[in-house]
Design a protein around this ligand. Structure first.
Ligand code: SF4
Length: 188
């Protein structure tokens, strides 16, 4: 078993990424968790861009996430949009300043440089192994998968570039099926 080795490598990488995030975020007075929240909101779909889903994804309390979102909104990286059908629901949308910030810092310059030294084959192997490890860990913990929409059991292709969610009973665009979702369930 290589459990300890895998753990040590992932923990070390996590620490290094947090160092990058702390340094880059500091330029804008942001903590790593605030950048993580912004990144999550840039890759999630319309069913997942709420404070509750952000809290579930980050594994943080509602109170902590609420403070995080307030900071991002105050700094002009995020804006709240009330749901068209349910006025009690608030969606969190990135502003153009938020988009620009992420393009600049996520992934960090150092991480991009490191990946450039890896062959295409190595990168493909790493993606495949990390995906398997993530899915296995989520299954073991009984956590939501927050998987990409196109891999969900509720996703149905209607015709070219047209999809349908059999859970929400709403159409999905080809762009939306590339995003992650809090309702995602793996195909069994
Ligand atoms: S198909 Fe699955 S992942 Fe996509 S929107 Fe529906 S529930 Fe979410």
């Amino acid at each position: 078993m290589k459990t300890n080795q895998i753990y040590d490598y992932i923990e070390r990488l996590g620490n290094l990424l947090r160092v990058d995030s702390r340094r880059d975020g500091a330029e804008h007075g942001l903590q790593p968790v605030q950048l993580e929240a912004l990144h999550y909101l840039s890759v999630c779909n319309r069913y997942s861009d709420t404070p509750k889903a952000t809290s579930e994804y980050l594994g943080q309390t509602k109170g902590t996430v609420s403070q995080t979102l307030k900071v991002l909104e105050k700094k002009g990286f995020l804006r709240k949009v009330t749901d068209d059908n349910d006025k009690r629901v608030v969606h969190l949308k990135l502003t153009s300043a938020g988009d620009k910030l992420l393009q600049q810092f996520i992934p960090s310059r150092q991480f991009k440089e490191a990946c450039q030294h890896l062959s295409d084959e190595s990168q493909t192997q790493i993606v495949s192994c990390l995906k398997e490890l993530l899915q296995t860990t989520q299954r073991t913990n009984g956590m939501k998968t927050f998987g990409v929409c196109h891999s969900c059991r509720f996703n149905q292709k209607i015709k070219a570039d047209r999809y349908f969610c059999n859970l929400t009973q709403e159409p999905l665009s080809s762009k939306e099926i590339q995003l992650i979702c809090r309702e995602h369930e793996e195909v069994v």
